[in-house]
Design a protein around this ligand. Structure first.
Ligand code: GLA
Length: 341
């Protein structure tokens, strides 16, 4: 290490310290990034979430066979580094094994069987991490993106009925009465879907379901959503008295329709735009920091993102504040500046 890199390190403020008075700064991690991004994580982040390791298919791949090793390692890493842990996720239509929805005699499981399985899974998982996981995404992505229906089609809905959501929250609350319980979704700032999420959460509150917050996934890009739409979403959810967590933030360099695969590195123009976007987002988060208590990125640095090769194959993406070498990007510096502007 040269003297210059040592100096640079000293001069780079820790993101989580800069935002300490406002909200947690989190990152989604996996067993690989816990090693490859260890230093960056412990330096800039004070919260972690499992990218995949706490999902149903990972934790209970077969009925009654629980596999907690990877999740335990993540929690141990967090404890060693004095970090908070957000749990992700208990009930979701994706990454849930087929056995959950099947009866032992073949065919579909019935409502009582599925509720019993839901309850024992939640008891086991939430119970295990009682005291170390302070917040859970209890239900993920239950709302439909388009059409008249509020809830998307799913096996949970099909077998149990609409109250599968209320049940999941009740079970989670019984398993750990101190955990903060979130409903989490994407396209959360799109007005049409925002109103459906609002209606769902409002009806849960009216039924006295133990829900404490709304998770805004924040898979955003250089153009969408507009800041005004994000502001409206924050205000709408906050008006229900919910805590807000930004749960899966990344800022793709490509618009949804953009399918180009020719870039081997981001252009200067893209990086400038990304920095402007990040500055706008963090100014907004700061403005609403009475409501927003955690901002989690869906990764930590550009060397690893789920957006590499998704949704366009053979295309890398660079959605974070730190580059592939874990060096701060313009976006990082703008986020640091945003705290005082
Ligand atoms: C959704 C889920 C996350 C993750 C991302 C893609 O947003 O909530 O768990 O699977 O998709 O990585």
């Amino acid at each position: 290490m040269t003297d210059q890199t040592v100096d640079q390190k000293v001069a780079i403020p820790k993101l989580h310290e800069v935002y300490r008075e406002r909200f947690h700064i989190g990152a989604a991690v996996n067993p690989t990034t816990l090693i490859t991004q260890k230093e960056l994580l412990s330096q800039h982040f004070n919260s972690v979430t499992a990218e995949n390791e706490m999902k149903f298919e990972r934790i209970q791949p077969e009925e009654g066979r629980y596999t907690f090793e990877a999740a335990d390692q993540l929690v141990a890493f967090a404890m060693e580094n004095n970090m908070a842990v957000r749990g992700h996720t208990l009930v979701w239509h994706n990454q849930t094994p087929d056995w959950v929805f099947e009866s032992h005699s073949g065919g579909k499981a019935d409502r009582e069987t599925l509720l019993t399985r839901m309850k024992s899974h939640i008891d086991e998982v939430v119970g295990r991490y009682k005291g170390s996981i302070y917040a859970w995404d209890v239900v993920n992505e239950a709302v439909s993106d388009s059409g008249e229906q509020i809830l998307r089609k799913s096996k949970w809905l099909d077998v149990i009925g609409e109250d599968f959501i209320a049940k999941a929250f009740e079970y989670a609350h019984e398993a750990d009465p101190n955990a903060l319980l979130f409903y989490n979704d994407y396209n959360e700032s799109v007005p049409e879907k925002r109103e459906k999420i609002y209606a769902l959460v409002k009806s849960l509150i009216e039924q006295r379901v133990p829900i404490h917050g709304v998770g805004l996934q924040a898979h955003w890009n250089l153009l969408h959503p507009a800041l005004d739409h994000i502001r409206e979403a924050i205000e709408r959810y906050a008006s229900l008295g919910m805590k807000l967590h930004i749960t899966e933030m990344d800022v793709s360099l490509f618009a949804h329709e953009d399918k180009r695969t020719d870039l081997t590195a981001p252009t200067e123009e893209m990086l400038e735009l990304q920095a402007e976007r990040y500055a706008g987002f963090f100014r907004l988060f700061k403005e609403y920091s009475d409501h927003i208590t955690s901002v989690t990125f869906w990764g930590a640095a550009d060397d690893y993102t789920w957006l590499d090769h998704f949704p366009v194959r053979n295309r890398k993406n660079w959605p974070f504040l730190f580059d592939t070498q874990h060096k701060p990007k313009a976006s990082y510096w703008d986020v640091i500046d945003a705290v005082q502007s």
